[in-house]
Ligand binder design. Structure first.
Ligand SMILES: Cc1cc2nc3c(=O)[nH]c(=O)nc-3n(C[C@H](O)[C@H](O)[C@H](O)COP(=O)(O)OP(=O)(O)OC[C@H]3O[C@@H](n4cnc5c(N)ncnc54)[C@H](O)[C@@H]3O)c2cc1C
Length: 398
């Protein structure tokens, strides 16, 4: 793969940088940002999402017919890279753009594409993913949420858990069992569920960081019309695989540029933190060794992401290689943020809100949030099995 931009890609990158310079919301583009909290947060993110979309940076590769811009995939990679570098807010539709949208594009009906894709791109409608259940995470196919036929539709009852953004979502990609008679991968159906329907209850779960960004969803006899099934009834597993492949593929480019930035902040922290006995932590040989290793791994992650992107360019479909980047990133992010706390020394115990904390406890929050990285989007154990079996071609573990 040639890592240099073509003249056309360079022009796109330069236009985007100028746009970001001129449009980045007040207080962004630096560590710790001014994202509003509470009810204003959603309005802020929706407004930012709409502006990104109207400027031509969302739905870059999607068909024009459904509101996209039909530009090359390389532009999408450039967009994610530059958004990360600029420390800009993300689009509100992380699940919609990365998972629901690609799945509807691949398996949905024309009516579903016309109804859902444009509002998803413009940030008008937010999506969540209702896959995991208390008894079904890694072993997703053992899920128990039931959908029973009801006239021309279905009635759904059950419980989902860890559903990111469900508290602000308008729609949900939902996997439910329509037939329990076959093997666990059979009899699953993929639905588009209205989160405002009668019988849907969302209960936020508070995380170790103190934020509540994911939720339980309880469904009590929720009616879903028959035209909200994606693919065939009972064939939902194949549709769900499209969602999961896209989830890991999308993590790539933004993460790579965000990791590059995180490394620079880490090096700045070392240079600004006094070392017991004189100098700064950047003079400490052990810290220097850790920083050098992390820098090398950030570069390795970058090239791994390019490699899986290159495979994506050839096949048009995300492949199992995306699992390598997700696995490497979660481990690296946990070590990088832990290194920051070690550099802070005794100050590491002071979190946000303390007047003696470093960077208002930003590294503490990042380290706590990073613990979930090796669970979300497939646990590290499961990803290691995928890499072993589907990338390296080793024998199946079970
Ligand atoms: C921040 C965050 C956001 C999330 N967002 C969503 C969301 O929006 N929607 C959604 O549906 N879900 C979401 N999840 C849930 C996530 O997909 C699951 O937590 C994940 O799939 C693991 O499932 P589990 O928690 O049930 O753990 P389990 O599957 O019970 O795993 C427990 C442990 O056993 C290990 N294990 C299990 N099976 C195997 C095996 N075959 N081989 C080796 N080890 C194994 C796992 O690696 C893990 O260490 C989110 C999770 C997090 C942390």
């Amino acid at each position: 793969m040639d890592f240099r931009d073509t003249p056309e890609e360079a022009a796109f990158r330069s236009r985007l940088r100028t746009w970001l310079d001129e449009n980045l919301p007040e207080g962004w583009g630096r560590p710790g940002n001014d994202e509003p909290r509470g009810p204003e947060r959603l309005a802020f993110l929706k407004d930012w999402s709409r502006r990104l979309y109207e400027a031509g940076y969302i739905g870059i590769t999607w068909p024009k017919r459904y509101g996209g811009y039909e530009a090359p995939l390389s532009h999408q990679a450039i967009f994610l890279e530059e958004l990360g570098k600029a420390e800009a807010p993300e689009h509100v539709g992380v699940i919609g753009l990365g998972m629901a949208g690609p799945t509807i594009l691949a398996h949905g009906t024309e009516e579903q594409k016309d109804r859902f894709l444009r509002p998803m791109l413009a940030g008008e409608e937010v999506w969540c993913q209702g896959f995991s259940e208390p008894g079904a995470g890694s072993d997703l196919a053992s899920l128990q949420t039931k959908a029973v036929p009801d006239g021309d539709g279905f009635r759904v009852s059950g419980q989902k858990v860890w559903s990111s953004f469900a508290h602000i979502a308008d729609s949900c990609i939902l996997l439910a069992r329509t037939d329990g008679s076959g093997s666990k991968h059979e009899g699953l159906t993929y639905f588009l569920m209205d989160m405002h329907a009668t019988g849907v209850e969302v209960r936020p779960i508070r995380q170790i960081t103190g934020d509540a960004e994911f939720n339980e969803i309880f469904m009590d006899d929720v009616r879903i019309p028959g035209d909200m099934v994606v693919g065939q009834v009972g064939q939902g597993w194949a549709v769900a695989i499209t969602t999961l492949m896209n989830e890991r593929a999308n993590i790539g480019f933004m993460l790579s540029s965000r990791m590059g930035l995180a490394f620079r902040r880490l090096a700045d922290l070392a240079a600004a933190t006094g070392r017991p006995g004189g100098g700064t932590m950047a003079d400490d040989p052990l810290t220097r060794d850790r920083l050098a290793r992390i820098w090398a791994e950030v570069q390795a992650l970058r090239f791994t992401i390019y490699r899986s992107f290159s495979a994506f360019l050839k096949t048009g479909m995300p492949g199992p290689e995306g699992s390598i980047a997700k696995l490497a990133w979660s481990d690296l992010n946990q070590r990088l943020t832990k290194t920051a706390l070690d550099i802070e020394g005794a100050f590491a115990v002071l979190g946000a809100g303390s007047d003696r904390s470093i960077a208002d406890g930003r590294w503490q929050t990042l380290q706590l949030r990073s613990r979930g990285n090796s669970i979300e989007g497939g646990t590290s154990e499961i990803l290691r099995s995928i890499v072993a079996e589907r990338v390296l071609g080793l024998p199946r573990s079970r």
